[in-house]
Design a binder for this molecule. Structure first.
Ligand SMILES: *Cc1c(COP(=O)(O)O)cnc(C)c1O
Length: 430
């Protein structure tokens, strides 16, 4: 824990010192920062929405453009990274990132598509166990996906959808969840929760939730869009049934980058599991014999439908190699310091204007902080932008900021608060 004295220059020298001691600061230079003429340095706090571009990306894409130019169809086998097995390049990196066995992961499609494919397999309503549980403020796409699955199974899109919603201002604590299961667990078929909630930034205790849900015979899935590359995960040991995440937020895979999927080994190799199937899920040894019957690969790859989109995978691969070099433990270590520093500086300097709705304890959050304006300022996101800060706005009143340990610094955090104070002062004095 950093001890901060109530003095701005001390905070600044503290930030400078923390940056000096930052063992992974060299990675900051690998990323292209958006440019602006309005203000330097530019502070990018939107890695939770779209991660920045690593400078290795263009090489990875160009490799494949060249292979296509040079080899045509033979690129499937002759490219430096043969297209036929391009998705295999992700297995080790993805497994490490989320704490899984290699056979439990696959990278394919995009996130909402994968949520549907997974629910096709893992939402199996039976008798009175038909309901699905999500968290309050779940990402709208997840809610739409879940509701359409309910309808698809002729269940009711709102009556059969349960929402973890404690009273206003309270965290969704594990005790609350425990209590919720005592009342509703017997009617629940599926639990689908965001590992880190996109709106509040709360990180859930995935291990405990999984354990509770399993005691009630529910299948448990997590949407890790805001967790992958942000917090340390151990999905296999925690016993999670399935998970999916996107490649373009903390993972810096570029706009629309493909999504990752985890399926626990207990569900692998089951031939008659309900599943939507395609040729890329078929046994690799006989795939090109074009057999009549589907013979699923014995890993999470059985859920693949189509041959992989090489050009959208290339940037993600470039980025995951960086994650592999840094390693989640070091990344998370810096992340905790970085967000703690920002948290306490905001409390210290801006408490009368901003309420932080993200949990205070570092175990209960990733790097993101969600701020609610107590003193409303018109067009605050534009104001921030004019002052060289990219942050994001979620209706009705929340600013999300994410100091990302790969490319943000302690001085970014210091500058953020300093500029924010200026904005507030000039708006209040207007
Ligand atoms: C970002 C995000 C999505 C986006 O879904 P796409 O299918 O990638 O467009 C879905 N769910 C959550 C929780 C997210 O954070």
């Amino acid at each position: 824990m950093i001890i901060l004295e109530n003095n701005f220059t001390t905070y600044k020298s503290c930030a400078l010192k923390l940056d000096q001691n930052d063992k992974i600061s060299k990675y900051r230079n690998i990323f292209y920062k958006p440019n602006t003429n309005t203000f330097e340095p530019f502070i990018y706090f939107c890695g939770n929405s779209l991660g920045l571009q690593p400078n290795t990306v263009s090489t990875y894409i160009n490799d494949e453009l060249d292979a296509w130019k040079e080899y045509g169809v033979y690129g499937h086998t002759k490219s430096k990274r043969p297209w036929m097995s391009y998705h295999d390049n992700f297995i080790k990196y993805s497994a490490e990132l989320i704490g899984a066995k290699n056979k439990e992961v696959v990278v394919m499609n995009s996130l909402t598509v994968n949520l549907h494919l997974l629910m096709t397999s893992f939402y199996r309503p039976k008798n009175k166990k038909i309901k699905i549980l999500i968290e309050n403020n779940a990402f709208p796409s997840d809610k739409y996906a879940v509701q359409s699955q309910l309808k698809f199974h002729k269940n009711h899109p709102s009556n059969d959808l349960l929402i973890l919603k404690p009273k206003e201002g309270d965290l969704i604590s594990t005790e609350y969840i425990n209590d919720f299961f005592k009342h509703h667990g017997d009617n629940l078929a599926l639990v689908l929760i965001g590992g880190v909630n996109y709106y509040t930034g709360q990180a859930f205790d995935i291990h405990k939730i999984t354990k509770i849900a399993h005691e009630y015979g529910c299948i448990v899935g997590f949407d890790l869009a805001h967790a992958a590359g942000n917090i340390e995960l151990n999905l296999h040991d925690w016993g999670v049934d399935f998970a999916a995440w996107c490649g373009y937020k903390y993972l810096n895979g570029g706009p629309g980058a493909p999504s990752g999927v985890f399926i626990h080994e207990r569900h692998l190799g089951i031939v008659d599991i309900p599943r939507f199937e395609g040729w890329w899920g078929h046994d690799k040894n006989t795939r090109f014999n074009m057999p009549n019957n589907f013979n699923p690969i014995k890993t999470a790859e059985a859920w693949q439908l189509s041959n992989p989109p090489i050009f959208s995978m290339a940037p993600l691969l470039a980025s995951l190699e960086i994650f592999n070099n840094v390693g989640m433990p070091d990344l998370r270590k810096k992340s905790k310091l970085l967000t703690n520093y920002l948290y306490f500086l905001i409390i210290e300097k801006l408490e009368s204007h901003i309420e932080i709705i993200t949990p205070k304890t570092e175990l209960d959050r990733g790097c993101q902080l969600s701020l609610r304006m107590i003193t409303p300022i018109e067009n605050i996101i534009d104001e921030l932008h004019k002052n060289g800060i990219i942050a994001d706005w979620r209706e009705p009143d929340v600013i999300r900021i994410a100091p990302v340990p790969l490319y943000n610094s302690f001085m970014d955090c210091f500058e953020f608060v300093e500029r924010f104070i200026k904005i507030i002062n000039s708006n209040i004095l207007k």
